[in-house]
Design a binder for this molecule. Structure first.
Ligand code: BG6
Length: 498
């Protein structure tokens, strides 16, 4: 592992993302010894003029997540703050000076300088910030180092990476002129979730290595794949951001599409990050144009009551989009991607009776399980694939309806991560951001979005998004009222995709 001083600079330090996600992840890692105090220096940068202490006090969760008073003290000591604007040479020179002071304090040792810039910022300020970092804040040699210890500068950016294909490409070329792809870490935090990572493991040890699962994973045996995101709360004060993007840009084009890739892609040459990302790009490039009749859009009732949302907004807060892949494995199979904010509780179950379902639940309560309608040939097959594919403990529940009736009922093979956790006592399920921050420090880009992957993702959704942007008013005027989801409209109205 690399050693040397490590400066983590959070730009946008006074904003919500930094407060809710970036800082808590850093503090957790810090308190658990993943970021050694002897090497690590955490710096916040933002426009707000506040002191180090004020920033420390503002960071919500600091006292909630760190129980030991000693931890609180040491984390507070590790954080410093610099204020400046996002396009000012002066601000970034000051920032560089602050980072260098920390590095020089370590210069009695032969250490390398590692600088991680985390942009917890709105995309509108990305371009000037990239330029300022490149011009004033790149890592420097402190002493003479052997080449492999010369350190690095990396930049972490958060979605949204653009609003459509052209804007994403423009953003991509702006950053591409200043930094090489191995220096750029585009975060999609779904890639840091326990079960999304489990899918990656499954690619090697399950889907493709298991002789029972392998023959099943195709259009001859799978009827449909549903990837569902449901939040039971609405925009809650984040309406300003959300309204500009809508549910497809906020959730489907990134989070759900990443899960889609991992489920649908072919076996990578190896588990090396580049090989996995190559396969993701290939499957994205095989997606057929989305058909109008395979899209449903909607907006939950009460969305416009959020004071941060414009009164007449027609931004969709709900969408179902069917993707179809043109390749031998998936020809004709619908991948149903469904996402909604403020959706009432309810389960999306298989409409067709007698179908077996393999469920991967990313959250809450991470789990994989199978719902089976037993017949002897199927049960044997699924039993094996659970055991080999998932390498988790399982429990076969009722297959006969309890009681006097001799009827078959759906049963579950329970592959819950909790159960596995009981076996590996003391191993914590990590928050997505913690894993991803550690990966950036280790230089592992597997769970980050590559530029060509992003391009392929935008290509799929851009025609639909342009249509919605241009015609949302007209479409919503035709909307019917569906009690469970507020009002729903479709392209054209097509209720049975709900
Ligand atoms: C973010 C979206 O990327 O993901 C939010 O911008 C959404 O709208 C959030 O609420 C959901 O993340 P998680 O990890 O809570 O599922």
């Amino acid at each position: 592992a690399e050693t040397g001083c490590l400066s983590i600079i959070v730009l946008g330090a006074s904003g919500d993302l930094a407060k809710e996600k970036t800082f808590p992840a850093l503090f957790h890692l810090y308190c658990q010894g993943f970021l050694p105090p002897s090497e690590v220096h955490i710096l916040g940068y933002a426009r707000t003029k506040i002191s180090d202490d004020e920033l420390r006090n503002r960071i919500a969760g600091l006292t909630d997540i760190l129980i030991e008073p000693a931890d609180i003290f040491s984390v507070r000591e590790a954080v410093k703050y610099v204020s400046g604007s996002y396009d000012s040479a002066e601000g970034f020179q000051l920032l560089d000076k602050e980072i260098a002071m920390h590095e020089i304090s370590k210069s009695s040792q032969e250490v390398s300088s590692r600088r991680l810039f985390y942009l917890a910022l709105p995309p509108s300020v990305y371009p000037p910030v990239y330029r300022m970092i490149r011009k004033y804040c790149m890592n420097k040699y402190i002493k003479y180092f052997p080449a492999d210890l010369s350190g690095w500068t990396r930049v972490v950016v958060e979605k949204p990476f653009g609003k459509d294909l052209d804007s994403a490409e423009l953003l991509g070329s702006q950053i591409g002129e200043l930094f090489d792809e191995p220096q750029i870490y585009r975060i999609d935090h779904y890639l840091g979730k326990e079960l999304v990572q489990n899918l990656v493991i499954n690619i090697s040890s399950g889907r493709f290595a298991n002789r029972f699962f392998l023959p099943l994973w195709n259009c001859d045996n799978i009827d449909n794949v549903r990837i569902v995101f449901r939040e039971d709360f609405g925009t809650e004060g984040h309406g300003g951001y959300f309204d500009e993007y809508g549910i497809i840009r906020d959730i489907i084009q990134n989070h759900l599409l990443q899960v889609f890739c991992l489920v649908a892609m072919e076996k990578p040459v190896s588990l090396k990050p580049e090989h996995i990302r190559d396969e993701k790009v290939k499957v994205l490039q095989s997606v057929l144009p989305i058909k109008d009749e395979e899209v449903v859009l909607g907006q939950y009732e009460g969305y416009r009551d959020d004071v941060t949302v414009p009164d007449h907004s027609n931004t969709p807060t709900f969408a179902t989009v069917i993707l179809r892949i043109h390749n031998e494995r998936w020809e004709g199979i619908p991948f149903i991607l469904k996402a909604g904010k403020a959706l009432k509780k309810g389960r999306y179950t298989c409409e067709k009776q007698g179908r077996n379902e393999f469920v991967i639940r990313l959250q809450p309560s991470e789990a994989m399980y199978m719902k089976l309608t037993m017949s002897y040939d199927q049960s044997y097959c699924f039993y094996e694939c659970c055991f080999h594919v998932c390498r988790l403990s399982f429990m076969l529940q009722h297959v006969k309806q309890p009681g006097l009736e001799m009827s078959a009922v759906q049963s579950e093979l329970d592959l819950s991560v909790m159960r596995l956790g009981q076996r590996y006592q003391g191993v914590m399920i990590r928050e997505a951001y913690e894993r991803l921050v550690l990966d950036t420090i280790r230089g592992d880009q597997q769970h980050f979005v590559r530029r060509d992957e992003l391009k392929a993702a935008w290509k799929i959704f851009t025609p639909l998004l342009h249509r919605i942007d241009n015609e949302a008013d007209e479409l919503s005027a035709k909307a019917g009222y569906v009690q469970t989801h507020g009002y729903i409209w479709a392209l054209p109205p097509h209720r049975n995709l709900l």
